[in-house]
Design a protein around this ligand. Structure first.
Ligand code: S3P
Length: 445
């Protein structure tokens, strides 16, 4: 039987992994960056003229963004990795959709879009998402938008989707965000583009800056003070102009291969075309602390984003502490870093990461429960995980909890367990990485 197999069961797929002891070898092409793909589609949709996007992520999340903006009048060609063209409607000209806008599983789609919808005077919108998204907090963006003069209604004191929005003329604000969140920051900046006067967002630590880079490339009047974690956008009266965007590979997807090769004896992988924006490279710093052997090759800049190829070789890992300002720069990589910690010598502590409880699943609870089912020693902390490495893992039945990053992290853990693992609801991987299983089959064994 094949070492990796995917069994469709009605709507759900079970990923079976039978460890062979084989190393991972070869060259890996990873899919386009999810954050940049969303932003390219959105800015293209609200700009004047044509935006072309190369290397778009064809995952379910960007598909949700494309569907929402098509429903508001943007002309977006069929999605492909070669070249997607977007004819924008122009800033402030989104059309009133005839139906509910469905963001699917995507927090980025819903939160960023809310900033734009709130600022379309005279138009009414309703937005929703899947079961996971309908349980995730929206008050983090609704609250600042209300301060700007928005009108938004929803369950749980306007916190939970479905939400209804009646577009209004907005006022610029200065917002001290209590959390380092690129979704919050980007939502407010997008609303600020259409507001009266300037809008400033100040964060407690730096979150990813793809919105700032891309807004500047599209011609927005925006200033950034990285030291002060502050961004200011000028309000109404400016225009965005369509651009060419080349989307680099997603470091959050590369992270699965970085950890897989680091923990699997004899492995060496070259991961090509990885976005290495410094607001995203926390995973490289954490793995370096753990003693991983990773080098950056061929550094370059592609449409405003730093890019490199990453070479990773197996090495013995040791425990480390991951906390503080590093957390927002590796927020999506904590599940796979937890897997690395299971194979490291000593006790790894991850703290200041309570945000993980409101991702696509409660990633602290889910990673602790699923890794412990395999025999790992993981203690759930209120804001993190304490992981004592070195206990051999046993293959067993696991569940993705419909969370893409959980499905893939558990698959990498399973490569080095004894006996077969089955990961149920593994189809979740397609949210950010549709080819994950076929790449695993290519590089492993
Ligand atoms: C994202 C920001 C992060 C991240 C998410 C994508 C973005 O969320 O976890 O996967 O594209 O802006 P938060 O803003 O909630 O930290």
């Amino acid at each position: 039987m094949a070492a990796v197999s995917l069994t469709p069961l009605a709507d759900h797929q079970t990923l079976a992994i039978a460890p062979t002891g084989a190393a991972l070898q070869g060259i890996v092409q990873i899919p386009g960056d999810k954050s940049i793909s969303h932003r390219a589609l959105m800015l293209g949709a609200i700009a004047t003229g044509t935006t072309t996007i190369r290397g778009l992520l064809l995952g379910e999340d960007p598909r949700s963004t494309a569907a929402c903006f098509r429903a508001m009048g943007a002309k977006i060609s069929d999605l492909n990795t070669d070249c997607v063209s977007v004819q924008g409607v122009g800033l402030g000209n989104l059309g009133e959709p005839v139906d509910v806008l469905d963001a699917g599983n995507s927090g980025t789609t819903l939160r960023l879009m809310l900033g734009l919808l709130a600022a379309q005077p005279g138009k009414v919108f309703t937005v929703t998402g899947d079961g996971s998204l309908r349980s995730r907090p929206m008050s983090r963006v609704v609250k600042p938008l209300l301060q700007m003069g928005a009108q938004i209604w929803g369950r749980n004191h306007h916190n939970l989707a479905p939400l209804a929005i009646q577009g209004q003329p907005l006022q610029g604000i200065t917002y001290h965000s209590p959390i380092a969140s690129a979704q919050v920051k980007s939502c407010i900046l997008l609303a600020g583009l259409l507001a009266e006067g300037e809008t400033t967002v100040i964060e407690p630590a730096r979150s990813r800056d793809h919105s700032e880079r891309m807004l500047q490339a599209f011609g927005a009047n925006l200033t950034v003070d990285p030291e002060a974690c502050t961004v200011t956008v000028k309000g109404r009266g400016q225009a965005l102009q369509g651009q060419e965007v080349i989307v680099p590979g997603d470091i959050s997807s590369a992270a699965f291969w970085l950890v897989a090769a680091a923990i699997t004896p004899g492995s060496e992988l070259l991961i090509e075309n990885v976005g290495v924006n410094p607001t995203r490279t926390g995973v490289l710093e954490a793995l370096a602390m753990m003693g991983a052997d990773i080098t950056q090759e061929n550094p370059r800049t592609v449409t405003g984003e730093p890019v490199a190829d990453l070479r990773v070789r197996h090495s013995g890992l040791k425990a480390c502490t991951i906390e503080g300002d590093l957390i927002p720069r590796l927020i999506d990589e904590i599940p796979i870093l937890a897997v690395a910690a299971v194979f490291a010598e000593g006790t790894t502590v991850i703290q200041d990461a309570e945000e993980l409880r409101v991702k696509e699943s409660d990633r602290l609870a889910v990673m602790a429960a699923e890794l412990n089912r395999m025999g790992a020693k993981v203690v759930e902390l209120p804001d993190g995980l304490e992981i004592t490495g070195g206990t051999p893992l046993k293959g067993t039945d696991l569940d993705s909890h419909t969370d893409h990053r959980i499905a893939m992290s558990l698959a990498i853990a399973a490569l080095n367990a004894s006996g077969k693992t089955q990961i149920h609801r593994a189809e979740a991987a397609a949210i950010s990485y549709p080819n994950f299983v076929s790449t695993l089959q290519t590089v492993w064994g």
